[in-house]
Write a protein that binds this ligand. Sequence first.
Ligand SMILES: [Zn+2]
Length: 475
Amino acid sequence: MMQRRELLHAGAVVLLLGRSELAHSANTRNAPSIVAVRVWPAQDYSRVTLESDAPLHAKQTFISQPPRLAVDIDNLTLNPTLRELVAKVQADDPNIAGIRVGQYTKSVVRLVIDLKQAIEPQVFALKPIEPYQHRLVFDLYPKVSTDPLTALIAEQLRQTQEADKKLPPVVNGPTGGKGTVGTGHAVPEVIDPLAELMARQGKASTPDAQSTHATSSTQPGNIPPELIRESTSGTNRLIIIALDPGHGGEDPGAIGRRGTREKDVVLRLARQLRDRINASQVNGHTLRAFLTRDGDFFVPLHVRVNKARQVKADLFVSIHADAFYTPRPQGASVFALSHGGASSSAARWMAAKENKADLIGGVNIETQDVQVQRALLDMSTSAQIRDSLQLGGAMLQEIGRVGKLHKPRVEQAGFAVLKAPDIPSVLVEAAFISNPTEEARLNSASYQAQLADALMKGIEAYFAKNPPLARTRSL
Ligand SMILES: [Zn+2]
């Protein structure tokens, strides 16, 4: 009742002030309006973003039957931009079934997000940061999330089954029966990556298998116990290389003059490198690639590191494309973590720029796993940095054969994404997207293939000098 009287009062004031004062009057009351809406579907989580010219105030309720999130936003009028949200939901969104919007009362907009499964929603506001105004973010995490190693096993299983279809029926597949895993091949030394992956999961210890976000539990993985082997042959083991395409989702990364987005070119490059890794062996060891994101969605920096640790990656390669204010700078650079200060002011600048990804991509700081962050920072990293410098050096040498180098040596700075204390980690800036010639090269399929080949050769050269040993890490 009180509210209605206030509204009437406000109406009277508007009448008195006349039309020219209307805009000013609305402004002083900070009535927001929606300027953009976005939906980012992904297996990990689906995100809905409402961008407005003033902060939004919302209350949300999760209803479990059928699963949906009802959101009331105060002091808002439904506009055509907000209505666009309804059509932005894709049929194959793993989490969102649909979105409904309506003017619930004169001043309240009600949004209902219909869900495909039980969800742990995280709702948070983000302050304006280039290129965005105020954002209200709904991150919809599946209540039971898939841990990265389970995802890697599922992918491997799919590949194995596809390969089995093409083989004569005498060869045992992974589901061929008790005790047949890993014996489908004639030579006993040849590893079965699926069995090795399952063995790793069977041995995954709790402290290491942290959930990648704060609220949801991790699925234990539906792997039949008879498929999990204790260990694999001592002469051959699986080497996992985590590939980390930078940015994604709300964070486009650098944008070239012709509109090329860093997040797109680095994902294409990572997928090309994945194919090469999955088809390779080093010293008889089987290689498998794991992507920290295989789609257009944002992954916070510490989650990228955690995912690599959860799959017990042997190497971590973050892939980016530089930008500068002026079009001239060109060439590739490779970065490693530094002990203390950065190796140059340019490297420090680059790390600060890349570390800003969380601000643009949008992280819910309230649920960020502070303990994980601290543990990563406290652990010794000298061995990691030494190996990272070798890996980076090998990559630079190979990239230099196919393209220009911005700096001939591996630079060092405090990149958040390189902080896994136990995994040699490098960040590759493949080229300058702000340089028109390099922007065109980044978009060319043949140059992408050359770059992927060069990175692959760099990885092989690193392993030639640093043969993979049995795992001695105590995680
Ligand atoms: Zn980047």
